[in-house]
Write a protein that binds this ligand. Structure first.
Ligand code: NAD
Ligand code: UDP
Length: 332
């Protein structure tokens, strides 16, 4: 399949482009490089043996996107979005414009070009504060605690309404839990600017001596050790989940929703301990107050993806830590 990949130079996008090439597909990468480097394309080529077609274009540029969409595209995977929770609180209009308008613009262009197969990057954040665990796809989506989360809820609504109005669409919403890790080659990974917000990039920077210690947000949650529980999933497993969804569901009209996680929760302190054991690097930490907006626990029921997509995560937490650390050592 010739697959348009928006945001394909980003963290999850670049790993998915590699998985697409490895599965024999032809990715066409569109990225405005607002949060990625052009050099990622050469790194993809080094890993996968093929330099993907690349267009430095914003998904809101309908004219440029129309030209690309009419070049024999069979399906689209839509990653392009802004994703920093803190920044979204400070710049809500930018987030709604980029994420929600960007998605509407993309859908209009795809529709006009006759492309009716879409895989969309959603997030476990749409479930809000869970009342029951593990989280299942049919559970109601909740209230977001920040504009980023609202953009995901809104985009899911836009996609749901479009699929209801135009039932020939195959729309797959993949709700990622906590993607971490990096490509085992050490060539692809996540390199957030400034001080990271997310746990794993923060841990690798502490281990590298760039940051003095991890601040563990909250030691008084009702969990086994008092720290938050998340379903960490290797980014390569997430990438492979997109290929599975694309291959199973392209040309299958409907609205398809899947969790992508491991089905297992780990506490923040378990991540620290596993990282230390797997890499031999100490990660000093202190327990501080809770971070506003955080939920105590979140993990996925992954049985639907296993049953219907034939996909399941195969890499464990130690592998996620080792791969994240290898990447950190390479970018240093
Ligand atoms: P990322 O920032 O690394 O990748 C997003 C890419 O999209 C970047 O390369 C950026 O330059 C590009 N982009 C942004 N706006 C664009 C626009 N208007 N036009 C063209 N390109 C644009 O982020 P990621 O972690 O790879 O996330 C990919 C997707 O997965 C996002 O939609 C994100 O919200 C979603 N998601 C990520 C996580 C996570 O933990 N990383 C969790 C759940 C959902
Ligand atoms: N966390 C932490 N210190 C940090 C970053 C995150 O203790 O510097 C915790 C956070 O409170 C949550 C877990 O690690 O319990 C995962 O946070 P992350 O931001 O990576 O993902 P989220 O699930 O919030 O999207």
């Amino acid at each position: 399949m010739r697959v348009l990949v928006t945001g394909g130079a980003g963290y999850i996008g670049s790993h998915t482009v590699v998985s697409l090439i490895e599965a024999g597909h032809e990715p066409v990468v569109v990225d405005n490089l607002s949060n990625a480097l052009r050099s990622v394309l050469a790194r993809i080529a080094e890993v996968a043996g093929v330099t993907p077609e690349f267009h430095q274009v914003d998904v809101r540029d309908r004219e440029a996107m129309a030209g690309i969409a009419s070049s024999g595209i069979d399906a689209c995977i839509h990653f392009a979005a802004l994703k920093a929770v803190d920044e979204s609180i400070r710049k809500p209009l930018e987030y709604y414009d980029n994420n929600v308008r960007g998605t509407i613009d993309l859908l209009a262009v795809l529709s006009a070009a006759g492309v009716r197969n879409l895989v969309f990057s959603s997030s476990a954040t749409v479930y809000g504060d869970p009342t029951e665990l593990p989280l299942r796809e049919e559970m109601p989506t909740g209230r977001a605690t920040n504009p980023y989360g609202w953009t995901k809820i809104m985009m899911e609504q836009v996609l749901t309404d479009l699929q209801a109005a135009e039932p020939e669409w195959s729309i797959t919403m993949l709700r990622y839990f906590n993607p971490v890790g990096a490509h085992p080659s050490g060539l692809l990974g996540e390199d957030p600017r400034g001080i990271p917000n997310n746990l794993m990039p923060y841990v690798t920077r502490v281990a590298a001596g760039i940051l003095p210690r991890l601040r563990v947000f909250g030691g008084d949650y009702p969990t086994r050790d008092g720290t938050g529980v998340r379903d960490f999933v290797h980014v390569q497993d997430v990438a492979e989940g997109h290929v599975a969804a694309l291959e199973r569901l392209s040309g299958e009209p409907g609205l398809h929703v899947y969790n992508l996680g491991t089905g297992r929760g780990h506490t923040v302190l378990e991540v620290v301990k596993t990282f230390e054991e797997a890499t031999g690097k100490p990660v000093p930490y202190e327990i501080v107050g809770r971070r506003p907006g955080d939920v105590a626990e979140s993990w996925a029921d992954v049985s639907k993806a296993e049953r219907e997509l034939g996909w399941r995560a195969t890499r464990d937490l130690a592998t996620m830590c080792v791969d994240a650390w290898r990447w950190q050592e390479n970018v240093r």
